[in-house]
Design a protein around this ligand. Structure first.
Ligand code: RTP
Ligand code: MG
Length: 148
């Protein structure tokens, strides 16, 4: 089953949005495969955002993402990579539609609440950067006796 890497950025953690954001993906029907609160080192930030190295906003981006704890997650489900990006909304919250995470909670492009992998290649790369295999949990949600 397809997996993606999602992360509540430092602004989302500071503003107590972790629960709301987790809830949206739960209610949509996706399955949480791993999650942790962590601080990103500068080296990890630079590797994670390597595609943006050299761009004018790169230093600001690395400074921001290392400025406080993030909530890193792996979510699983059919077409989860593209669907999660739709649920996040456009990169600039001013262009993001109401009903999306960035549209509902974000104000500026630099502090846009959530990160999500943008392709199968980046999902695989980012999951590998942030999670070891032993941190990812395989389980079934609908084989338990107490769910009818
Ligand atoms: P992300 O990687 O964080 O999920 O965001 P994204 O795919 O929607 O956007 P991307 O182009 O990958 O940009 C990464 C992050 O860099 C910041 N940014 N700032 N000042 C600017 O013009 C600018 N452009 C991008 C945003 O915080 C964006 O999420
Ligand atoms: Mg991106």
């Amino acid at each position: 089953m397809e997996k993606t890497f999602l992360m509540v950025k430092p602004d989302g953690v500071q503003r107590d949005l972790v629960g709301d954001i987790v809830s949206r993906f739960e209610k949509k029907g996706f399955k949480l495969a791993g999650a942790k609160l962590m601080k990103i080192t500068e080296a990890l930030a630079e590797e994670h955002y390597a595609e943006h190295k050299g761009k004018p906003f790169f230093q600001e981006l690395v400074g921001f993402i290392t400025s406080g704890p993030v909530f890193a997650m792996v979510w699983e489900g059919e077409n989860v990579i593209a669907t999660a990006r739709q649920m996040m909304g456009k990169t600039n919250p001013q262009d993001a539609l109401p009903g999306t995470i960035r549209g509902d909670f974000g104000l500026t492009v630099g502090k846009n609440v959530i990160h999500g992998s943008d392709s199968p290649e980046s999902a695989e790369r980012e999951i590998g950067l942030f999670f070891s295999n032993s941190e990812l949990v395989e389980y079934s949600k609908h084989s338990k006796q107490w769910i009818y």
